[in-house]
Write a protein that binds this ligand. Structure first.
Ligand SMILES: Nc1nc2c(ncn2[C@@H]2O[C@H](COP(=O)(O)OP(=O)(O)OP(=O)(O)O)[C@@H](O)[C@H]2O)c(=O)[nH]1
Ligand SMILES: [Mg+2]
Length: 203
């Protein structure tokens, strides 16, 4: 599968403001600064599609994107949607802001019927993070399909990637959940993500 076109649709907080389209949807979640927006821009090959802010933790809305894809082998094409979720875990975030994040994301998980899966991004350099563990727990309880993307793999030596990913998977308690190391900087690992998306869309 390859992504041929991408558009920003809108930003929303409340379900009544979500885009009305019913295409299969995939969301990117993870700590602030982990690389969600960068990954969306790279996957879509569309610079500036998802805004990369110089102030981490500033995005406080769900940002929706429409994606047109083609599968040359299967001779298929169609649309899907990406959602860039606001990052969590930013140090300066107040309790009230954390609470509004939790409410906004819970409503999204609960009410977005076309939601097909979540990509949970975690920085490959950091040990398993409490907030990521909590999110993964919620996804399991809600039975929302997901994978983990270990970002910024360019920041550790190549010969350490496999072992680090294994350690992270263990720390996050992943079990059968797939985990893919990627580097947006070096454009490494994108096919694993598009294959995961394609499997989910055609399933
Ligand atoms: N070295 C390296 N840097 C990366 C990679 N991916 C993202 N970054 C950098 O990490 C920083 C944060 O990236 P963003 O894409 O804005 O992160 P985000 O998860 O969208 O952050 P929030 O919107 O605050 O939640 C930027 O300076 C990126 O250039 C990567 O694969 N390698
Ligand atoms: Mg972002």
């Amino acid at each position: 599968m390859r992504i041929v076109d991408s558009f920003y649709v809108k930003s929303a907080i409340e379900p009544k403001d979500y885009p009305a389209s019913a295409y299969p949807e995939f969301a990117f979640a993870g700590r602030s600064n982990v690389g969600k927006s960068t990954l969306i821009n790279l996957l879509t090959n569309h610079k500036g599609l998802a805004k990369i802010s110089s102030h981490p933790g500033k995005t406080r809305t769900l940002n929706f994107f429409l994606i047109r894809w083609k599968d040359d082998e299967l001779e298929k094409q169609g649309f899907m949607q990406f959602t860039d979720l606001p990052g969590y875990g930013f140090a300066e975030t107040s309790l009230a802001e954390q609470e509004s994040w939790r409410k906004m994301v819970n409503k999204y998980f609960e009410q977005r019927e076309q939601l097909r899966g979540i990509m949970v991004l975690a920085d490959i350099r950091h040990p398993a993070d409490k907030k990521d563990i909590l999110l993964l727990e919620i996804l399991r309880l809600r039975e929302i399909d997901h994978c983990v993307i270990a970002t910024k793999s360019d920041k550790i030596p190549k010969n350490k990637i496999a072992a680090t990913v294994k350690e992270l998977a263990k720390g996050l308690g992943l079990g059968d959940t797939p985990i893919y190391p990627v580097s947006a900087l070096n454009n490494v690992g994108m096919e694993q993500i598009t294959s995961w998306l394609a499997r989910s869309i055609t399933a």
